[in-house]
Design a protein around this ligand. Structure first.
Ligand SMILES: [Zn+2]
Ligand SMILES: [Zn+2]
Length: 268
């Protein structure tokens, strides 16, 4: 069965009329995973008909507002919808510390439990595993502690000795936000789909180093080195109106490149 990735938001820090901040839903093995939750993600979820009854796990890459300001609104709405299943949130430990006063004030009557799972973005580790899906952190290089997530579909299959081995099928790597680095190339080698931030164009390259973001060509270089099946660009700067320009700069380096567009679903 194909994996599906729905783009809820693909802008960067400053929301525009064209783009909301980061948010994606990955559907893998009949389960849904929310990756980052910028402001407005709950509206995108409603608009795109994403079924939250299948959503039990939220992964937050780092504590910049464009990746987590949508959480409190989403959690509140789920309670208004009388959700009963717990929601698990995987994030830097500061997120729980920051959210507890809000949840204490607004969330006392929530209809369901929220369970925080602190992660250390500096270390590569498996943070989620069930019968068919494993999620591992990908340490990134950003201005605050930040990690991406590598989702792997794994199945137990019989081996020749009468036992079982775990066979990996689909893999999706989410890498936002980061400056150009090859430090995680080996970890994501051969992924079916790589989302790599491309905040800027070549003309902004010097700015990239200061603000710890990447250009489209740099994202394409990582995809080429990692021998990814496809590359998906996103986290577009508000200063670039024409997103095709990102594609034009990535394409010569890595032709199997797609642009993230809000409301679209990519099957892979
Ligand atoms: Zn960001
Ligand atoms: Zn950031």
């Amino acid at each position: 069965m194909n994996a599906k990735l729905t783009i809820l938001g693909c802008g960067s820090a400053r929301p525009t009329f064209q783009n909301s901040p980061s948010g994606q839903v990955l559907e893998l093995c009949d389960k849904s995973f929310l990756i980052d939750c910028g402001e407005g993600v709950q509206l995108s979820i409603a608009r795109m008909g994403v079924r939250t009854s299948r959503l039990y796990n939220i992964f937050i890459s780092h504590l910049h507002g464009d990746h987590c300001f949508g959480l409190i609104g989403l959690l509140s709405t789920l309670s208004m919808q009388h959700r009963l299943q717990p929601m698990h949130i995987y994030a830097h430990p500061d997120l729980e510390r920051l959210m507890q006063p809000w949840l204490g004030y607004f969330g006392e009557e929530y209809s369901y439990d929220i369970v925080f799972h602190p992660i250390n973005p500096r270390h590569r580790e498996v943070i989620f595993e069930d019968r068919t899906v494993q999620v591992e952190t990908i340490p990134l290089k950003h201005s605050v502690p930040c990690c991406g997530f590598l989702f792997s579909e794994t199945h137990r299959v019989p081996d020749s000795m009468g036992g079982f081995v775990r066979e990996t099928r689909k893999r999706y790597a989410y890498c936002s936000d980061t400056r150009y680095t090859e430090s995680f190339v080996e970890q994501i080698k051969g992924v079916d789909l790589l989302y790599h931030e491309s905040t800027f164009l070549n003309e902004h390259e010097s700015l990239c180093k200061n603000v710890m973001h990447s250009t489209a060509a740099q994202a394409a270089t990582v995809a080429a080195k990692a021998e990814a099946g496809q590359l998906l660009l996103g986290h577009y700067s508000a200063r670039v109106d024409e997103h095709e320009r990102f594609l034009h700069e990535a394409f010569p380096v890595f032709p199997r490149t797609l642009l993230a567009r809000e409301g679209e679903t990519i099957e892979f």
